[in-house]
Design a protein around this ligand. Structure first.
Ligand SMILES: NC(=O)c1ccc[n+]([C@@H]2O[C@H](COP(=O)([O-])OP(=O)(O)OC[C@H]3O[C@@H](n4cnc5c(N)ncnc54)[C@H](OP(=O)(O)O)[C@@H]3O)[C@@H](O)[C@H]2O)c1
Length: 279
């Protein structure tokens, strides 16, 4: 397939592009080369390439900053995605789009299924939901892939931040009362590749397997343990570490439908983390 990837300088794209290249002809665009907010920019790139599929890795991902940059978040994650969906409709090609666990409020008390009601509690989550809705209003053929707690070599993320802090400080404090599932960009890239080759359109969840969820504290402790660092990790509550954007308390994504539709077997989160750390 001729696959066009947007947001090619981002963390996910960094690992997704090589995973796709073995089997597909990949055309990757940075924001400067293809700005999804601009209809002209999108049409120019698409008309030149005439791809069989678009994978949208472009996004506004600054969760806290989005609270003060609401328009920017909605322009990229809402209108930008609408632009991509409109051209996909024109060209009669599918769109594969990446979304987030933050479309949920975290109050369900069990892993979220793709069919569960969304109810974002911060601006970033609202803007990502806008993108999901435009796709569903405009297109018949799409893959929406929700993921969570993403980390990879191609960007700053929780793992790289904890490693940096743990090397600089003898002790760190990490939130214990938010639970979710970490996801390696490698796991997600392999899942996306399988999905786009399946033709099984719909909304899917892809994360690593944390057997019902871990806390940021658990995640940090394991990062430090595996790295052989001696930094002390102390659990704290969300109230003790206030941030501009609210976070869902429990946002584990259920992957049953991903397994049944494309045979995707989730990878153990610790095994994925070891690979990332080169252990
Ligand atoms: N990171 C997470 O923890 C997480 C969790 C759940 C879901 N997700 C979703 O996973 C996807 C990939 O995330 P990521 O961590 O790889 O994000 P990322 O590293 O922030 O990459 C996003 C890329 O999009 C580019 N971009 C921003 N505005 C654009 C525009 N108007 N047109 C074209 N490109 C634009 C950015 O360009 P610059 O390089 O110039 O900024 C950046 O390279 C996103 O949809 C995100 O919402 C992420």
């Amino acid at each position: 397939m001729k696959v066009l990837v947007t947001g090619s300088r981002g963390m996910l794209a960094h690992d997704l592009i090589p995973v796709l290249k073995g089997r597909h002809e990949v055309f990757a665009f940075t924001e400067e080369e293809l700005d999804i907010i601009s209809k002209d920019s999108v049409y120019n790139a698409l008309n030149n390439i005439k791809p069989n599929l678009i994978i949208n890795c472009a996004a506004y991902t600054r969760v806290d900053k989005a609270e003060e940059e609401r328009d920017k978040a909605f322009l990229v994650n809402g209108i930008g995605v609408q632009n991509l969906a409109l051209i996909c409709a024109d060209m009669e090609i599918p769109l594969c789009h990446i979304s987030t666990d933050y479309v949920f409020d975290g109050e369900k008390g069990r892993p979220y299924r793709p069919f569960d009601n969304t109810n974002p509690i911060n601006t970033y989550g609202e803007s990502k939901l806008a993108g999901e809705k435009y796709i569903q209003w405009i297109l018949d053929k799409f893959y929406i892939v929700r993921t969570s707690w993403l980390y990879g070599k191609g960007g700053t993320n929780f793992v790289s931040t904890i490693l940096k802090l743990a090397k600089e400080q003898p002790a760190i404090k990490v939130v214990k009362d938010q639970r979710g599932s970490p996801t390696s960009t490698i796991t997600l890239s392999n899942g996306i590749k399988k999905l786009i080759e399946s033709g099984s359109f719909g909304i899917y969840h892809i994360t690593d397997d944390s057997e019902g969820g871990i806390s940021w504290f658990d995640f940090a402790r394991e990062i430090i343990r595996l790295s052989g660092l001696k930094t002390e990790v102390t659990p704290i509550t969300t109230d003790e570490f206030p941030r501009p954007a609210k976070r869902p308390r429990y946002s584990v994504l259920d992957m049953e439908m991903t397994r049944l539709a494309i045979g995707h077997e989730a990878k153990d989160w610790k095994a994925a983390l070891k690979i990332f750390l080169g252990i």
